[in-house]
Design a protein around this ligand. Structure first.
Ligand SMILES: Nc1ncnc2c1ncn2[C@@H]1O[C@H](COP(=O)(O)OP(=O)(O)O)[C@@H](O)[C@H]1O
Ligand SMILES: [Mg+2]
Length: 257
């Protein structure tokens, strides 16, 4: 379970990126977070794994406090949180398999991986993760030789290889075309169902949010302004979260036409 209690984040320079946010997410939930650029979506995910320090409040993951945690504690908390990035963050000049094995770094001593001495058990976990996203046949291909959608699948497999209980995806489809975006969102959703991994996804496109989300959280200017079931969301909800009318740019399938 993830719990934010009265969390605020103020960056140096005085930007209030999160203001008094309280939010409880149960194990296995699939939560989509929307809001205009600058609303605080990335800050929310970064605060959860301690990449950005909360300046007030409490954030717990399975009862462990993130705010003010020491290095060792943070390492343990992060080892259970898989991250998926907009720009994939792969090491391009090495193989898909090596990229996925890097997900094991949180679990094994670093010297072993730097020498390329991955135990059979880790390789097995990596191959299973690649199977789950349907690209096991690419294991020995260089990451840079894959399409964007395939690279994001490697990103998902790398996060899975970590055997996380929580997955955080920060605009995972922002660099992808519409067809591939649907595939990647479908993968995340399926993995959530199959493995029960609690998943938080920041999304820009409202139609994707509506199609794949179960629970919707809306941020506006650092404040949590909506939290509810996706079934209860209509255009008015989005207008309130965005504070303006919805435009074709806010919709993946519209914007692509
Ligand atoms: N490292 C940082 N230093 C200072 N201000 C930041 C930093 N990161 C983000 N911000 C500011 O915090 C606010 C929220 O940003 P962010 O969480 O990235 O929003 P979103 O992901 O919804 O676009 C914005 O005003 C942004 O400019
Ligand atoms: Mg962001």
């Amino acid at each position: 379970m993830i719990r934010f209690e009265n969390v605020s984040v103020t960056y140096r320079g005085g930007v209030h990126a999160l203001r008094d946010v309280s939010l409880t997410i149960d194990d296995g939930e699939f939560v989509v977070i929307v809001g205009l650029s600058g609303a605080g979506k990335s800050t929310l995910l970064r605060a959860l794994n301690g990449l950005v320090p909360a300046t007030a409040g409490s954030i717990t993951v399975d009862g462990r406090e993130v705010v003010g945690a020491g290095r060792r504690e943070l390492r343990e908390i992060r080892s259970q949180i898989g991250m998926i990035f907009q720009t994939f963050n792969l090491v391009n000049r090495t193989t898909v398999l090596n990229n996925v094995l890097m997900g094991r770094l949180a679990k094994v001593p670093a010297w072993r991986s730097t020498l390329g001495l991955w135990p059979a058990a880790d390789r097995e976990i990596a191959f299973r993760a690649l199977e789950r996203v349907g690209i096991v046949e690419k294991a020995y291909v260089r990451a840079s030789d894959l399409s964007g959608g395939q690279q994001q699948r490697v990103g998902i497999a790398r996060a899975l290889a970590q055997e996380p209980t929580v997955m955080l995806a920060d605009e995972p489809v922002a660099a992808l075309d519409p067809v591939t975006s649907h595939q990647v969102m479908g993968d995340l959703r399926r993995i959530n169902t199959e493995l029960g991994i609690t998943t938080l996804v920041n999304l820009h496109f409202l139609d994707l949010a509506r199609h794949y989300g179960r629970r919707l959280v809306g941020l506006r200017d650092g404040e949590l302004v909506y939290d509810g079931d996706i079934a209860d969301v209509d255009d008015e909800t989005f207008r309130e979260i965005y504070g303006r009318a919805i435009t074709p740019d806010d919709l993946l399938d519209e914007g692509a036409r």
